[in-house]
Design a protein around this ligand. Structure first.
Ligand SMILES: Nc1nc2c(c(=O)[nH]1)N[C@H]1C(S)=C(S)[C@@H](COP(=O)(O)OP(=O)(O)OC[C@H]3O[C@@H](n4cnc5c(=O)[nH]c(N)nc54)[C@H](O)[C@@H]3O)O[C@H]1N2
Ligand SMILES: Nc1nc2c(c(=O)[nH]1)N[C@H]1C(S)=C(S)[C@@H](COP(=O)(O)OP(=O)(O)OC[C@H]3O[C@@H](n4cnc5c(=O)[nH]c(N)nc54)[C@H](O)[C@@H]3O)O[C@H]1N2
Ligand code: SF4
Ligand SMILES: [Mo]
Length: 739
C-alpha cells in the first residue's frame, strides 16, 4: 500500500481540502473546468455525453473570465483525446532517425532517471545537471507545489527556464523598484481612461503578466466610456487595430521613446509623484539627454507625437502604461520596463484606481515565504560569465555549458514541460548539444523536437485530469478573484500526476546520492512532497484568510474578492517601504543605450516574432481544429521591402542571420513597418526533413534558428527582437495568369 496515496485519498474527502469530484465513467451532464493554457485562466463549462466531451464553452458565471473562451480552450478536448499524447513512460532505443520508443513501467522509468541523475552527480558535482523549466510549469499547480521542490533539491547552478526568453526584465526591475521579483503592477483596465501599450498583443495572447481574460470586451468597454488605447508596435497587430491610435516603432528602440516621454513629463512639468518616491532629481539628470528628437532619430516615431501622447497620458483622468514581450525580449528590456514604471509613477498613476495597481491574491506567495524576493549576479555562468537572476542562468548560455569541456560541464539534462529546441535562441545548436549528453530525461506529454533527445520521457496526467488553483497568475490579476477547479476526469488507471512524478524523482534520486543530506532535511522534504497540491492550497488559503477551500468548493465558478485597490506603500517589499526612481544598475545601463542603439541603416531588415490566437507556443500544432484555415507560419514583410528586392508575394525566401538560415514562404503585409519582418515562434516541426507530430501538423520553420544567443539584455534575458537578417528569393511564386 502506498501510504502517501492513501493519506491523500482520505484527506481529500474532508470538506476543508479541495476534493476531486471527477466524472464517473459514462457521465452525461456538465462540469465546471478551467483552461490553463495561457495566463487568462478562463473558466469553462464542459458538456459530456456518456463520458465523452461534446462541448466546451466559456463559463459566464466566472467572475474573472465572464464567459470568455478562445479557440485553444475548446481544443483542450483535442489534447485530452489526442492519440499522440503520451500516456505511459517511454524509453528511447537507438539514436537519431533510427530511434524507436518503447513503453516501460513507471518503476523502470523513475529508477532509470534516479540512477542516471544520481550517478552523474556522484561522479561530478550537482552542476553536471542542467534543468530546463518550460512555460506550462507556470500553469500547473503540481509544478508550483512540487516541481520547485524537486529542482531545489538538486542544487545545480545550471538551472534555466522560459523566463529568460520572456520576462526577466520585469522581474529584475520589480525587484529593484518594488522589492520583489514578482511584485508587478497591472493596468486597471476596467476603470482606466487611457491605456498605453508597448510591445504586447493581448488580442492574440490574451494578456501576459497581466491576467486579463476577455480582453476584447474589456477594451470595447474602455472605448465605450470614452477611454483611449494607444499601441506602439512594429506591426499593426490585432491589438493595434482595435486601438484608438497605433504608432510604428523600430524594434529595440522603445527605451529611447519611453525615456523621451519621461523627459517630456519633466520638461513640461507634468509630474505628480507620490511621497514614497526617492531620487527624482537623480532620475531627471540621468535621462536629460533622452529628448524626443533623439528618440525620433532612432525609433521612427515623430518627436511631436511623443510629446503629444505624453501629454494625453499625463492629462487623462486615469492612465496605465503596460509593456510586455516586445519590450522584454530586446537588448534594452530592463530599461524599457523601468521606463514603463516611471511613466505610471511620475504621473501619479501607480497605485491609483484606473491606473496600474498591485493585486491582492488570496494566496500571496510574495509574502507567505514561498517565493524569494529575487537576486541578481550572485554567481555567473561558467563559460561566458553571464549573471544569474533569481537562481537561474540565461537559457541563451545552455548550449555552451553543454559543449564546453571542463569542471562544471553539463552532462545530464532534465527538461520539464518545455521545448527549448524551438523556444530558445539558436535552437538548432542546442539540439546538437543534446545529442552529446550522457543522459537526458523529460517530463512531458509529447514527443517533440526536444524530448526526442531524451532517454526517458515521463508523461503526467493532462490538463482536464488534475486539480487547479492558480498560484502564479492570480498575482497579476486585473481583479481580485480566487478559484479552485477539481480535475474533471479521474486519473486514469496506471497514470501519474505531475506532482507524484516530481516527488518520486526527488526521493529516488536522494536515496542514491553518495553525499546524504541531513536526516531532518530529508524528512522535511519527504513530508512536503507527500502532501497533495489541493491539501497545500487549503493550508495556504487558511494562512491568507481571504477565503477558504470550503467557500471555493461551494463556488466552483470562483469567488470575487473585489476590484483592485491602492495598497502602497504597505505592499512594497522594499526595506524602507519606498521606491527608488533611479536604481543604480539601471542608470548605469543608460550608457549602453546611448552607444549601442542601432542607427537604422538603409535597406536593413530586422526580425521580430508574433503570436496568433490559435497557436500555443511550440505545441498544439497537431490539433486540426487549430491548424485549419490560412497558414500562419509565413514570413510577413512590407510590400515596399519585397519590391526593393524583386521578391513576389508568396515566394519562398531564404532568411539569414548571423547564426543560421531558414527557407519559408513570404506574405506581403502592409501591417509590417518598413524594414521589419516577422515570423511566429514555436514552428519548425521537422527534423531532417521528417515531419514531427500528426499528419495535419504544419511544420513551418523555427524563428529560433535565426535568433542569436549572444544578444542579451543586462538582466540576461535573450534579445529575440530586432535580429538583423537578410531576405532573398529562392523560388518565385505562381506567375500571375495573363489577362
Ligand atoms: N523567438 C521567440 N522565442 C520565444 C518566444 C518568442 O516570442 N519569440 N516566446 C518565449 C516565451 S514567452 C516562452 S514562455 C517560451 C515557451 O517555450 P517553452 O518553455 O519551451 O514552452 P512550450 O513551447 O509551451 O512547450 C511546452 C512543452 O510542454 C509540454 N506540456 C504541455 N502541457 C504540459 C503539462 O501540463 N505538463 C508537462 N509536463 N508538459 C506539458 C508540451 O508538450 C510542450 O512540449 O518560448 C519563448 N521563445
Ligand atoms: N495565442 C497565444 N497566446 C499566448 C501565447 C501563445 O503562444 N499563443 N503565449 C503566451 C506566453 S508564454 C506569453 S509570454 C504571452 C506574451 O504576450 P504578448 O507580449 O502580448 O504577446 P506577443 O504576441 O509576443 O506580443 C509582443 C508584441 O511585441 C511586438 N514587438 C516585437 N518587437 C518589438 C519591439 O522592439 N518594440 C515594440 N514596441 N514591440 C515589439 C510584436 O510585434 C508583438 O505584437 O502570450 C501568452 N499567450
Ligand atoms: S484565452 Fe484561451 S487559451 Fe487562454 S485561458 Fe482562455 S481559453 Fe484558455
Ligand atoms: Mo511566455
Amino acid at each position: 500500500m502506498d501510504v502517501t496515496q492513501e493519506l491523500n485519498r482520505a484527506v481529500r474527502l474532508l470538506p476543508i481540502v479541495g476534493a476531486g469530484n471527477p466524472v464517473e465513467p459514462g457521465f452525461t451532464g456538465t462540469r465546471i473546468g478551467v483552461c490553463n493554457l495561457c495566463e487568462a485562466i478562463c473558466g469553462l463549462e464542459i458538456t459530456l455525453e456518456k463520458g465523452e466531451i461534446t462541448g466546451i464553452r466559456g463559463n459566464e458565471a466566472d467572475p474573472l473570465s465572464r464567459g470568455h473562451i478562445c479557440p485553444k480552450g475548446v481544443a483542450l478536448a483535442d489534447v485530452y483525446n489526442d492519440p499522440d499524447r503520451l500516456r505511459h513512460p517511454v524509453k528511447r532505443v537507438g539514436e537519431g532517425a533510427e530511434a524507436t520508443w518503447e513503453e516501460i513501467s513507471w518503476d523502470e522509468a523513475l529508477d532509470t532517471v534516479a540512477d542516471n541523475l544520481a550517478e552523474a552527480i556522484n561522479e561530478n558535482d550537482p552542476n553536471v545537471l542542467g534543468i530546463y523549466i518550460g512555460n506550462p510549469n507556470a500553469h500547473a499547480l503540481g509544478a508550483m507545489t512540487h516541481g520547485f521542490e524537486l529542482i531545489k533539491s538538486f542544487k545545480t547552478r545550471n538551472k534555466f527556464s522560459a523566463s529568460s526568453v520572456d520576462q526577466i526584465p520585469h522581474m529584475y526591475v520589480g525587484m529593484l523598484q518594488f522589492g520583489h521579483q514578482l511584485l508587478l503592477p497591472v493596468p486597471d483596465i476596467d476603470r482606466t481612461q487611457y491605456l498605453l501599450v508597448f510591445g504586447a498583443n493581448p488580442m492574440a495572447s490574451n494578456g501576459s503578466l497581466w491576467t486579463v481574460p476577455d480582453f476584447p470586451n474589456r477594451v470595447r468597454e474602455l472605448k465605450a466610456r470614452g477611454g483611449k488605447m494607444t499601441v506602439f508596435d512594429p506591426r499593426r497587430t490585432e491589438t493595434a487595430k482595435v486601438a484608438t491610435e497605433h504608432q510604428f516603432v523600430r524594434p529595440a528602440s522603445d527605451a529611447a521613446v519611453l525615456l523621451a516621454m519621461v523627459h517630456t513629463l519633466f520638461e513640461e512639468n507634468l509630474t505628480s509623484p507620490a511621497a514614497y518616491l526617492d531620487n527624482i532629481e537623480v532620475l531627471r539628470a540621468a535621462i536629460a539627454d533622452f529628448t524626443p528628437e533623439y528618440a525620433a532619430s532612432v525609433s521612427g516615431v515623430d518627436a511631436e507625437d511623443i510629446r503629444r501622447i505624453t501629454r494625453e497620458f499625463a492629462g487623462a483622468e486615469s492612465a496605465a502604461a503596460y509593456g510586455r514581450m516586445g519590450l522584454s525580449t530586446q537588448g534594452f528590456g530592463s530599461l524599457c520596463q523601468w521606463a514603463i514604471n516611471l511613466l505610471n509613477m511620475l504621473t501619479g498613476n501607480l497605485d491609483r484606481e484606473g491606473g496600474a495597481l498591485f493585486s491582492e491574491p488570496a494566496i500571496d506567495v510574495l509574502t507567505n515565504g514561498l517565493l524569494g524576493k529575487g537576486h541578481y549576479d550572485a554567481w555567473r555562468s561558467r563559460v561566458r560569465g553571464a549573471p544569474e537572476f533569481g537562481g537561474e542562468l540565461p537559457v541563451a548560455v545552455f548550449s555552451e555549458e553543454i559543449e564546453t569541456p571542463g569542471e562544471g560541464q553539463i552532462k545530464a539534462v532534465l527538461t520539464i514541460a518545455g521545448n527549448p529546441v524551438l523556444s530558445t535562441p539558436d535552437g538548432r545548436r542546442l539540439s546538437k548539444a543534446f545529442e552529446t549528453l550522457d543522459f537526458m530525461a523529460s517530463v512531458d506529454i509529447y514527443l517533440n523536437e526536444t524530448t526526442r533527445h531524451a532517454n526517458v520521457i515521463l508523461p503526467p496526467t493532462s490538463h482536464l485530469e488534475r486539480d487547479h488553483y492558480d498560484l502564479a497568475l492570480l498575482l497579476f490579476n486585473t481583479r481580485n478573484t480566487a478559484r479552485f477547479t477539481p480535475g474533471v476526469f479521474p486519473k486514469p488507471e496506471g497514470a501519474m500526476h505531475d506532482w507524484e512524478i516530481f516527488r518520486e524523482i526527488t526521493l529516488r534520486t536522494n536515496a542514491r546520492l553518495r553525499r546524504k543530506k541531513p536526516l531532518a532535511q530529508r524528512l522535511a522534504e519527504r513530508a512536503r512532497l507527500s502532501m497533495s497540491p489541493a491539501m497545500i492550497v487549503s493550508l495556504l488559503l487558511a494562512v491568507g484568510r481571504k477565503t477558504t477551500m470550503g467557500a471555493l468548493r461551494k463556488n466552483p465558478q470562483g469567488v470575487d474578492l473585489g476590484p483592485l485597490r491602492p495598497t502602497l506603500p504597505g505592499r512594497l517589499q522594499t526595506k524602507n517601504k519606498r521606491i527608488d526612481l533611479a536604481p543604480a544598475p539601471l542608470v548605469a545601463d543608460l550608457d549602453r543605450l546611448r552607444t549601442a542603439l542601432p542607427a537604422p541603416a538603409e535597406g536593413e531588415l530586422v526580425l521580430i516574432g508574433r503570436r496568433h490566437k490559435q497557436d500555443c507556443n511550440s505545441w498544439m500544432h497537431n490539433s486540426e481544429r487549430l491548424t485549419k484555415g490560412k497558414p500562419r507560419h509565413h514570413l510577413l514583410m512590407n510590400p515596399g521591402d519585397l519590391a526593393a528586392r524583386g521578391i513576389t508575394d508568396g515566394a519562398v525566401v531564404r532568411v539569414t542571420s548571423r547564426v543560421g538560415e531558414v527557407e519559408v514562404e513570404v506574405t506581403a503585409a502592409d501591417d509590417m513597418m518598413p524594414g521589419v519582418v516577422s515570423l511566429p515562434h514555436g514552428y519548425g516541426h521537422q527534423v531532417d526533413g521528417t515531419r514531427l507530430g500528426h499528419a495535419s501538423t504544419v511544420p513551418g520553420v523555427s524563428i529560433n534558428d535565426l535568433t542569436d544567443p549572444e544578444r542579451l539584455d543586462v538582466s540576461g534575458n535573450a534579445a529575440l527582437s530586432g535580429v538583423p537578417v537578410t531576405v532573398e528569393a529562392l523560388v518565385s511564386a505562381k506567375v500571375p495568369e495573363p489577362v
